[in-house]
Design a protein around this ligand. Sequence first.
Ligand SMILES: NC(=O)c1ccc[n+]([C@@H]2O[C@H](COP(=O)([O-])OP(=O)(O)OC[C@H]3O[C@@H](n4cnc5c(N)ncnc54)[C@H](O)[C@@H]3O)[C@@H](O)[C@H]2O)c1
Length: 380
Amino acid sequence: MPQSATRSGRTALTERDLRQALGRRTILVTGGAGFIGSAVCRLLRDTTDCRIVNLDKLSYASSPAALAAVAGDPRYQFEQIDLCDRTALAGVFQRRRPDAVIHLAAESHVDRSIDGPQAFVMSNVVGTFNLLEASRAHMGSLPEAARANFRLVHVSTDEVYGSLGDEGRFDEHSRYDPRSPYSATKAASDHLAAAWRHTFGVPTLITNCGNNYGPYQFPEKFIPTLIIRALKGQELPIYGGGANVRDWIHVEDHARALLGVLAFGTVGDKYLIGAEEQRRNLDIAEIICDLVDRTVPRNQPSRTLMKHVADRPGHDHRYAIDSSKVRAEIGWRPSCSLAEGLESTVRWYIDHKDWWEDIFRSGRYGGERLGLQATGARGS
Ligand SMILES: NC(=O)c1ccc[n+]([C@@H]2O[C@H](COP(=O)([O-])OP(=O)(O)OC[C@H]3O[C@@H](n4cnc5c(N)ncnc54)[C@H](O)[C@@H]3O)[C@@H](O)[C@H]2O)c1
């Protein structure tokens, strides 16, 4: 438990708790150039004395700009490595001698997993396998005390639990039932992390989180797509009827929860992380339209740009998370409401037009609809 919870009776996870508990550990963050990983690197830099090793292959989804604030810090190092390269991965462990790993590297976009599942199997399953094996070998080389303190936090998604009906929430006991190639590869990686703990004693902890939003999220994802297209006055695609429900969390709240689980979580346990902000996609689109209109007044309300388009194949109906365990055991709480978080996120995309325009200009993503590949079509 965080010190502040035991001493004061409060159950809040504070920055002081994190700084004290994590000390000067060397933390290997995989996928640290991605949306959530870069938020983790920034948080580690800003609130702890840890050394940060960011391991990332730099894919289309990476954003070096998201690391500008940490890149020059003497406590920060970058390793451009693909998790599928076992030799290079072993070299990172030998050079950097990490005390802990936060594993975020993955292919992350469901629509892309429909168009090309192979990349997801490679990075999410084979990559996680390689990381677990490298961690196991590394632990074998550590003195006893360091080995006892080593931790690996495996970062996963609520999508591994499949789709809810109109009632109920996922919790740590929910049955795995992945439906998309993305969630199937994440489920496989969760099972590998759990098996390496049981069989080989690699001290893994697993987190499953809902849909993240916030600064530096790649424009292919739902919320940036809406903001950017509304700002450009372009049609706003709503998959199917728009009734699909997601449980939204600000990326910085997720990053803080991950450090909390690393510092105070129980090895072998899993933690579901959610901010209790379940909304229909249609409702999110309306909120964003209104926020954009309030900030950048226009003749025609952005809501008139909303258009229902063909649904995602196998689109999960509803996700909702019961996060009582991470709140009770780690003392974590979200720091902002969805309304506050969306307002600051819309403001961020307005203020960082150069960042997303550069992604389109460079051809990393053209704004096209992904993931409509029909059954029996080409494959990866
Ligand atoms: N975005 C969400 O809403 C969300 C929700 C819950 C869990 N997650 C999980 O959090 C993690 C991070 O998600 P994100 O949204 O930041 O993803 P992202 O796509 O923005 O970033 C992923 C990063 O991982 C790197 N990467 C991918 N494959 C790699 C490989 N083989 N070797 C080295 N680096 C590789 C990419 O280059 C990229 O920088 C993922 O594991 C994802 O499943 C995401």
